[in-house]
Design a protein around this ligand. Structure first.
Ligand SMILES: [Zn+2]
Ligand SMILES: [Zn+2]
Length: 359
């Protein structure tokens, strides 16, 4: 049907990618063709592009179009789509469950039992199914959430990161008037900090350098520079008089996984957000048992998009300062270099694949 062409970033082989001209895909039953307006580079994208780091079968084949943090405008709807129409502004989600398995029926479509089975209707966009580093893409309608009028496409790209941070805090719960300790002042950690504050908690950010400074600028109540603090766990316990009520790990290194449990208050909750490498497989089990800590694994952001978009729309959370750079799709290599090299204080680096138009 669509004979038109588009520009898209294709990963050709591990670590090898370029901008190519490809056919615009056609929406099937229950699917929506969108014009991608803004894309955010995710912390997991460099691992997917290199094909080595995550070892989860991402990408599943070559060439492959990755990417999963985006906002877009609906161009065409397939049969069976009733709630979206051309012109609608939407934000995307990576996980689309089959809708019929035990986990999907419970609302945990991030844990769909039909993972990777497109024939069952499952998609993990940008991971097992092709994603948003393109001018156009087709999505299942379940993966799209309307953008509130006053939320821009750029801000809409942050729904993935902010949604995961929200999922972490939903799992730990937030003690009003308590303390949330966050390890790792990257986009995820800062999003968790902003949300925890909005939910009534004081925040302690643990990190170093420019990112720690940025977290303070964006509202962290206390900053601990681990390079200058010989006993981070002791310092958190001292400030909180016994340990943080909830701890969010967003750093992805072995000491962060271990210390996250140690710095929690007795009876406290800890959420692990980063996907560990080989050296991140150990938790402080004795402390976990003796202090009756609850440890939560956090996978993605099921049923979080509407909540975080409403929080953005209502002005309860201010995420704009996370966006530090914007590139065109043709400059994808420079965009990735800026993101991975953390150049000029890079946090969220965006791509505008269709130029600057805002409608
Ligand atoms: Zn992401
Ligand atoms: Zn399912």
């Amino acid at each position: 049907m669509n004979k038109k062409k588009m520009r898209a970033v294709q990963i050709k082989a591990p670590g090898e990618y370029s901008v190519e001209t490809l056919p615009i895909p056609v929406p099937g039953y229950g699917e929506v063709l969108v014009m991608v307006k803004s894309i955010a580079i995710c912390g997991s994208d460099p691992g997917i592009f290199s094909g080595k780091v995550l070892k989860n079968g991402w990408p599943p084949y070559y060439p492959f179009v990755a990417g999963h943090e985006f906002a877009a405008q609906v161009v065409e709807v397939g049969e069976g789509v009733t709630d979206l129409k051309p012109g609608d502004r939407v934000a995307g989600e990576a996980h689309c469950g089959c809708g019929t398995c035990e986990m999907c029926k419970k609302g945990f479509y991030n844990l769909c039992l039909n993972y990777g089975k497109k024939e069952a209707g499952h998609h993990h966009y940008g991971h097992s199914s092709e994603g948003c580093y393109a001018q156009y893409q087709v999505y299942d309608q379940k993966a799209l959430t309307p953008l509130p009028e006053n939320v821009s496409y750029d801000l809409g790209t942050l729904v993935d990161t902010t949604g995961i941070a929200y999922n972490a805090l939903r799992l730990t719960g937030v003690e009003p008037g308590g303390y949330t300790a966050i390890i790792g002042p990257g986009p995820m950690g800062i999003a968790a900090m902003i949300l925890a504050k909005a939910l009534g908690s004081a925040t302690i950010m643990i990190g170093r350098g420019k990112r720690l400074e940025k977290a303070v600028e964006m509202g962290a109540d206390v900053a601990i520079n681990f390079e200058e603090c010989p006993d981070v766990v002791g310092e958190v316990k001292r400030i909180t008089k016994g340990g943080a009520h909830q701890v969010i790990e967003a750093a992805g290194n072995a000491s962060a996984y271990f210390e996250s449990v140690q710095m929690a208050r007795k009876g406290g909750h800890v959420a692990l957000v980063s996907i560990p490498g080989e050296d991140g497989q150990q938790a402080a089990l004795k402390t976990l048992i003796m202090n009756q800590i609850t440890l939560h694994g956090v996978r993605a952001n099921p049923n979080c998009s509407r909540t975080v978009l409403n929080l953005m729309s209502q002005g309860t959370i201010q995420m704009e300062p996370l966006i530090t750079h914007i590139f065109s799709i043709e400059d994808i290599h420079e965009a990735f270099d800026t993101f991975t090299g953390r150049k000029d204080g890079a946090l969220k680096v965006l791509i505008h694949p269709n130029g600057e138009g805002e409608d």
